[in-house]
Design a protein. Structure first.
Length: 265
């Protein structure tokens, strides 16, 4: 090999090293920054959101109604506490709601539904596991602390997926308690058109034409009785959607639902 070729090889080698030491890290930092900006949280959350928006838009033909005029603190780039409340129709409900709210939502979720297979997802989403009947006040305190730090909390007030579909079950008082302690405004949503499947996670694989509608914004900070606050939200949702009510709480059936999901996952 001639001296000229050795020089060219050296130049190419140096350029390659510089590229990997300077350009690639800079590009990586920019990608991470842009991912973090998607929801105002971690790059990992932004990456999952990127996948989620594509998934719900293509597979479920998601349609958002009333989201164009959302008030603070529920708009993209906002800061401040807010509680997102919706009926619970399928296991994919959090994905649908998060695609409409362009801020990171930290969900309160029944611990029995948190299958270990999806542990990385629960960790990235910083899910708050709720254990009904155990007086798990630490989760409520964590949710209120997150709100007072300027974050969003998501709650499916029926406590579990409503079965059969097309009914509104009793809202759990926890939503009223969190609203009173945090003094945060509540954004109430109606989810419909999701696929009905025997198990919660079965809805991931079945196509649909899902709709998420804004019902309204509610100020519940002065409602001292958590049950009354929950009832106000439920009545507003029923008046909006016209669905029949069913007074049997879904919490009474949650253990059965969890057993079915674990057997069929």
């Amino acid at each position: 090999m001639t001296a000229t070729l050795w020089i060219l090889v050296g130049i190419v080698g140096i350029a390659w090293v510089v590229f990997w030491m300077a350009v690639v890290p800079a590009a990586t930092r920019e990608i991470r920054r842009r991912l973090a900006l998607r929801l105002g949280d971690s790059p990992a959350a932004g990456f999952l959101d990127l996948i989620n928006v594509a998934y719900v838009g293509w597979w479920h033909r998601l349609r958002l109604v009333g989201f164009e005029n959302l008030p603070a603190p529920f708009r993209e780039g906002d800061r401040g506490a807010g509680i997102v409340v919706a009926n619970h129709a399928a296991g994919i409900d959090p994905l649908m709601v998060q695609a409409g709210i362009r801020r990171f939502i930290r969900w309160m979720m029944w611990a029995g539904m948190m299958t270990p297979v999806l542990a990385p997802v629960w960790k990235t989403g910083r899910i708050l596991p709720v254990r009904y009947g155990s007086q798990d006040s630490s989760i409520v305190r964590t949710a209120v602390r997150h709100l007072k730090d300027g974050g969003l909390i998501g709650i499916f007030a029926e406590g579990a997926i409503a079965r059969p579909p097309g009914e509104i079950r009793p809202f759990q008082a926890g939503v009223g308690l969190v609203a009173r302690l945090s003094k945060a405004p509540v954004l109430l949503l109606h989810i419909h058109g999701v696929p009905y499947t025997p198990t919660a996670f079965g809805s991931i694989f079945r196509r649909s034409h899902t709709v998420v509608e804004v019902v309204g914004i509610f100020d519940l900070k002065d409602v001292k009785d958590p049950h009354e606050a929950a009832d106000r939200l439920r009545e507003a949702l029923v008046a909006h959607c016209g669905w029949p009510t069913n007074e049997e709480s879904m919490i009474d059936r949650s253990e059965i639902e969890n057993s079915q999901d674990e057997n069929q996952w």
